[in-house]
Design a protein around this ligand. Structure first.
Ligand SMILES: Nc1ncnc2c1ncn2[C@@H]1O[C@H](COP(=O)(O)OP(=O)(O)O)[C@@H](O)[C@H]1O
Ligand SMILES: [Mg+2]
Length: 375
């Protein structure tokens, strides 16, 4: 979120001439403004985009508008206090306008400007308001950054204690599998055991990486994306076989590329498990891989898509999708999968995109990844 420079002032003055005049005066002072029909449309604007201040004529503030504006201002987030400048009737203070003034004062960050107002006064008041507003937007950024780093600290602590807790049982299982490896097994059993040992090795690696504060990196190496995808699908084979979800894959077997295979596997595993979660009631998952070029830079690489015919995502979920702890799965979800995935894809200088629809009949989600070749 960038701090908005050149914030606009919203003008609500019922007599068109007023708006034009004020607009011109502000324009001469390099302040942008937009004239709006009424208070309701101004509220709609400041609730949907960054706005510097609201300048409203008293005539536009009837009972209904004051109530509307009042509740809109109360609903502002903690960092926000939109400056409201009210142009009062001046001179002929009627009983009604007195009463209105009192109410307007309860609107929060309100300044009353008595008419006739001098251009210089108007400009300096508006500019002061814009400055205040700019500081508020800066506050918003800091707040967002703080929240994010708080989250990160919590994740770090959580991960470390989790890694610590699972270390002992992990060692036990590792030893047991090792003992099993020394006994006579048929080829299928041996194959399963090999996979189990590989997976376990990965878990141990993740746990110890986490304990040493995750600074260690997965080893970089050449890997074939389709092989990685296959190993993920194999991992979910049991879960998928007993479900109503059908999984298909189409690989064009792009040449291996330099990457962090363990981390990419983690990304693919999360995408497949999300797709699986979304198709609980039955559906299809299609995993594809092919050589591709970056649409903008023309760089060569591999494109991977994981598509499902599941429930899709609401607009709310979509708008926070790659943030930590965003989950709709209650206790069974951590909301960390996509957040971590995004980090891993960034580390590969790739990108991850998605499309999703909740329309019945055509609902579903497609995640599309691009990993560039960096060899
Ligand atoms: N394929 C998908 N279909 C529908 N919703 C999805 C899909 N992938 C992700 N989501 C939504 O994004 C949220 C975050 O996903 P993720 O970061 O993997 O965390 P988690 O799976 O632990 O909830 C999920 O809770 C879900 O609401
Ligand atoms: Mg997930």
């Amino acid at each position: 979120m960038a701090v908005s420079s050149g914030l606009q002032v919203l003008l609500v003055t019922p007599t068109g001439r007023d708006a034009k005049l004020i607009g011109t005066v502000l324009n001469l002072a390099d302040v942008q403004s937009e004239a709006l029909e009424d208070v309701a449309s101004a509220i709609e604007v400041f609730q949907t985009r960054d706005v510097g201040a609201l300048l409203v004529a008293e005539e536009a503030l009837e009972h209904k508008e004051i109530a509307l504006l009042g509740s809109a201002l109360v609903e502002q987030p903690a960092w926000s206090a939109l400056p409201v400048l009210v142009l009062t009737m001046g001179g002929k203070a009627t009983v009604q306008s007195k009463r209105q003034e009192r109410k307007q004062l309860s609107l929060g960050n309100t300044t009353l400007l008595e008419r006739p107002i001098r251009a210089a006064t108007l400009v300096s008041t508006v500019k002061a308001a814009l400055q205040t507003r700019n500081r508020q937007y800066q506050g918003r950024m800091t707040e967002a950054a703080l929240r994010q780093s708080e989250k990160l600290a919590i994740v770090g602590r959580l991960a470390a204690s989790l890694a610590h807790e699972i270390n002992n049982p992990l060692e036990a299982v590792t030893n047991l599998l090792y003992l099993l490896d020394g006994t006579p097994l048929n080829s299928i059993q041996q194959e399963y055991l090999d996979i189990a040992q590989q997976e376990l090795a990965r878990v141990s690696e993740i746990a110890s990486n986490t304990l040493t504060f995750n600074r260690q990196r997965d080893v970089r190496g050449q890997a074939s994306i389709s092989v990685l995808l296959d190993s993920v699908l194999l991992l979910y084979h049991g879960r998928l076989a007993g479900s109503k979800t059908l999984v298909e894959h189409r690989y064009r077997n792009a040449a291996p590329l330099a990457c962090y295979p363990g981390e990419l596997r983690q990304v693919f595993a999360n995408l497949v498990s999300n797709a699986f979660d979304a198709t609980r009631g039955g559906g299809r998952i299609l995993v594809r891989e092919r050589a591709a070029t970056h649409p903008r830079t023309g760089q060569h690489g591999v494109r991977i898509t994981v598509a499902d015919t599941g429930d899709g995502m609401s607009a709310e979920v979509k708008s926070h999708l790659f943030e930590a702890f965003q989950s709709t799965k209650g206790l069974s979800g951590s909301g960390l999968g996509l957040w971590i995935s995004k980090g891993i894809i960034d580390k590969h200088s790739g990108y991850i995109q998605f499309r999703s629809s909740t329309k019945s009949g055509i609902s579903g989600t497609v995640f599309s990844l691009f990993i560039p070749r960096n060899d």
